[in-house]
Design a protein around this ligand. Structure first.
Ligand code: PIR
Ligand code: CA
Length: 311
């Protein structure tokens, strides 16, 4: 299985990413690291613990990470994720304390203790922790098998017309991660806006008839209303689990190699991910790639199967 660390800011769709990782035998979730993003890192960390409680996987450690971006001010996404960061469901109190080791140390130690090419880092929040890890121990860059991020977009934005929230929140961290030189797959809004939680999806989940299915529906109910009221979407795009689906079954996500950079100095373009899609840029030795097309039925089949297995 792909052995991963999930750096995240749960967040409704981060929670689904955790459930998909736990419910699939193709992925081994070694630990969850948290970062301020959708909400403050205290709330995010508590949410991560609660999701693991609901999934009855308290064996997976939660390591707390950066409360704020490297340079920029904290901006949370309360309009989409609510005051708690996971509004819409009952969140059980954690029964296991947060790990003593901080997120960045856990990332570095896990990668350096494993064989080269064994560990995959998945980031579904601002990339502050991954940037700090690459600076604390540069040796992880050639040791990590692949970095997969939910963030950015080559033709789409949400925080601004040209920037996606995770990248916009900490553009300097994103630039460090994107420029580091490791294999990096950007699963941006162009892809994740195809992962819409339709009524049909909700019916399939509801038919499972388990407590976990109800938890999922509670998450999606709030996320749907928030997206309708604030972003004008009929059905909510469930961004973060697309990274996990790509690892479970690469055929579910079409990718294209392309040089990738992050704008950190722009005024109108703060946090823009600039992909070079001109002819001939998809060279074999290009170490960054972007996700372009989702097999939506295939994606949702993986999600429903995971919720069923976990239930
Ligand atoms: N409006 C909005 C803001 C932030 C997010 C979060 N950031 C990413 C999408 O921009 C996902 O990781 C999701 O958790 C989603 C919607
Ligand atoms: Ca997220």
């Amino acid at each position: 299985p792909r052995r991963i660390i999930l750096d995240c800011d749960p967040g409704h769709d981060d929670a689904v990413a955790i459930m998909l990782a736990l419910g699939s035998s193709a992925v081994e979730l070694l630990g969850v690291t948290t970062v301020g993003g959708n909400q403050t890192v205290d709330k995010i960390t508590r949410n991560a613990q609660s999701v693991l409680e609901v999934c009855r996987r308290q064996d997976v450690p939660v390591h707390r990470g950066s409360a704020r971006p490297l340079l920029r001010e904290v901006h949370v996404a309360g309009d989409i994720h609510g005051e708690s960061g996971l509004d819409g469901v009952e969140l059980p109190a954690p029964t296991v304390p947060v790990a003593a080791q901080r997120a960045v140390e856990f990332i570095v130690e896990t990668v350096m203790a494993a064989e080269p090419g064994e560990i995959t880092l998945v980031g579904t929040g601002p990339l502050t922790n991954l940037a700090l890890a690459a600076r604390l121990e540069p040796a992880i860059v050639e040791r990590v098998r692949e970095v997969v991020i939910m963030g950015g977009g080559y033709h789409e934005g949400n925080m601004t017309p040209v920037a996606e929230f995770n990248i916009w929140a900490d553009p300097e961290a994103a630039a460090i991660v994107v420029d580091a030189g490791w294999e990096l797959t950007m699963v941006g809004l162009d892809l994740t806006h195809q992962a819409l939680a339709t009524a049909e999806v909700e019916q399939e989940i509801s038919a499972l008839g388990t407590d976990l299915a109800e938890f999922f529906l509670g998450l999606m109910g709030f996320f749907r209303r928030a997206y309708q009221e604030n972003q004008g979407f009929d059905d909510p795009p469930v961004h973060d689990p697309c990274t996990i689906a790509y690892l479970i079954d690469p055929d579910v996500v079409r990718t294209r190699r392309a040089p990738l950079r992050v704008e950190t100095r722009g005024d109108l373009t703060r946090g823009m991910t600039v992909a070079d899609l001109r002819p001939g840029t998809d060279a074999e030795d290009c170490r960054t790639q972007i996700a372009t097309e989702l097999d939506a039925p295939g994606f949702w089949r993986l999600v429903v199967d995971a919720v069923r297995v976990l239930g």
